[in-house]
Write a protein that binds this ligand. Structure first.
Ligand SMILES: O=C(O)CCC(=O)C(=O)O
Ligand SMILES: [Fe+2]
Length: 263
């Protein structure tokens, strides 16, 4: 089918262009990234049927190959606390927000991209501004848009970290003053400006690493999956913790948004 061939060729071209805009990636890895990008595009290709009346007034079916949009976000609404400032409260989760191309790129380069602004018991993190991968910034913008639309809030990026949590080697030395990453907390307690939190994950829990689930105070547990976005209002309605990573390593893009527009 010619039109399908054309779509695949367009996807390959798009993949190459996206790759070429990103510096510092080993050329030997190009084919893998391009294939992942194309596979993602193909998984969203579907046939659209439309009906048209021909000159004799007969209905004729027209078929066209088109790319479906990524799947929409699912929201669990929650009552807002008094301190809440904008939008609706709740939790949302959406798969395939990061494409397999972005997932492979960021996961493979996370160690260099997040060599550790700080180190916190097996977790290292680097501020968004210091991450050298342009793909991370474009993903942050996408997460901002999706979160704002989902919760009906006009949001601005207030902070971001690319984090990597590795299972700790036995007997690793700990500074007792450090807060462990698995401690339960409310994001808004870390910074009052935070109104919404978003996380994008780059590995599959239970496959690429063991443990590391995101667990809300009421027990709702979200297992990180490649490309998955989780977003939630940052107040006490969404206290959470990260389960300890028992094997492997887990990369996450953590983002915080504010409803207060900068002056
Ligand atoms: O990595 C995660 O899943 C959550 C991290 C987190 O809760 C935070 O950085 O505030
Ligand atoms: Fe948090």
């Amino acid at each position: 089918d010619d039109s399908l061939q054309q779509l695949v060729e367009d996807l390959r071209q798009e993949a190459r262009e996206e790759f070429e805009s990103i510096k510092g990636i080993d050329a030997s890895e190009l084919d893998g990234y391009v294939d992942a990008f194309v596979a993602d595009g193909l998984s969203r290709i579907t046939r659209r049927v439309s009906m048209e009346l021909d000159d004799d007034g007969e209905a004729q079916a027209q078929f066209e190959w088109v790319q479906r949009e990524r799947r929409p976000t699912v929201v669990a609404p929650l009552p807002c606390p008094d301190t809440h400032r904008c939008g609706v409260c709740g939790r949302a989760s959406s798969r395939h927000v990061a494409s397999p191309f972005e997932v492979a790129l960021i996961s493979n380069n996370a160690e260099e991209a997040a060599p550790g602004l700080f180190h916190q018991r097996g977790k290292t993190a680097r501020a968004l501004e210091d991450v050298q991968l342009p793909a991370v910034m474009s993903l942050a913008r996408r997460a901002l848009t999706i979160t704002g639309t989902t919760f009906n809030a006009s949001l601005t990026l207030a902070g971001g970290l690319l984090t990597r949590i590795a299972a700790e080697p036995d007997g690793a030395l700990q500074a007792p003053s450090q807060k462990p990453y698995w401690e339960a907390h409310v994001d808004q307690d870390n910074k009052q400006a935070y109104d919404y939190s978003a996380l994008v994950y780059f590995e599959d829990g239970g496959v690429d690493f063991e443990g590391g689930a995101l667990i809300f105070e009421d027990g709702e547990t979200i297992l990180p999956r490649r490309g998955r976005l989780v977003a939630f209002s940052s107040g006490p309605e969404n206290g959470h913790r990260v389960a300890r990573v028992e094997r492997g390593a887990r990369t996450a893009l953590a983002l915080w948004f504010t409803c207060v527009q900068p002056e």
